[in-house]
Design a protein around this ligand. Sequence first.
Ligand SMILES: [Zn+2]
Length: 390
Amino acid sequence: MSAAKTVKKKGKSGKGAAARGGGAVARGRSNGAAGKSRGAGKAQAAYKEPGLMKRLAAGPVICAEGYVFELERRGYLQAGAFVPVVLTEHPEVVEQLHMDFVRAGSDVTQALTYYVHREKLRVIGREKDLVPMNRIALKIAKKVARKTHTLFAGDICNTNIYDPADKKALREVERIFAEQVGWAADAGVDYIVAETFSWGAEAIMALEAIKKHSKVPAVVTFSVHREEQTREGWSPAETCKRLEAAGADVVGLNCHRGPDTMLPLLREIRDTVKCEVAALPVPYRTTTEQPSFMSLTDPCCDNARAFPIGLDPFVCTRAEIGEFGRAAYEMGVKYLGVCCGAGPHHIRALAEGLGRHPDASKYSADMSKHAFFGTDKKIKEVQTEYRAKL
Ligand SMILES: [Zn+2]
């Protein structure tokens, strides 16, 4: 079969993806695939279209993150180290979670290689599993991405050993990024995410590795803790400007801050850079006093730190996440998602907030048939009359 035929077939079967996304985005996808097929001599080109940048040009792109928190809640990895050992123990659970997020509206299947780097595996004494775990994560994500016509993203992240004053540590950081980018490139990712950095310069190192060891677009997001600056003292907007100048395709913030304390920073970033901007907050009600999820304390429990397993009382409602997505998009922020703490219901709310109707929206709430609050004629008065006493 010729390359053109392969591409054409893919374009047709992409109907499901079109139904999931917004109209403009969906059209961008099919046009992109057809357009590329004429000039592209290799079947592989079919996988790369329509790429991330084309989709962003046409509208919002939703990317579900936060896998380790969700898998911890489900009982497949340990809070603390947060290493996804589930990849070797229960790979089918990871695949199902990817499917759940896609069904809820994610346009991206991001490989679960977050915290599957050399340093993290060293901490839990499983460095020997580094290569197989990365390969498994990439294989699962690729399978889901190709099946669902979502983008296949690689992922690298904070190393936790970055220290600007330690040359040996810097060499190790470089090695960690180089090898993970290499494995992602080998797997044929559509683009690579570099995320959750506290140091701006570490984010730049990650970007340089993506540019050096792959040929795909780079989405670089970093995290802002209590102080509105990186650990070396750069403002979020300044950091984004530096990343854009260094060649990042998309820049922005992920993790640590909830919608309310991330939005004001996004405005400044959007006003500063020309490239696309990303925002993936944690789904928690952070405040001016406690702007990051690690700083939240729970008044019910002697004001103990809620992170990481006592955050439940702070979880954002679906409406709050939907509202965040709308507000960020109106601001011009187009790469949107939710990070640690996100469940598929949050991603669905984000998608619906942007006017989409993903597969999971088939079961979005309809209270008309509720036993007490329902308005449907079939609901008995004996129930609706009792409503005020509930
Ligand atoms: Zn996160």
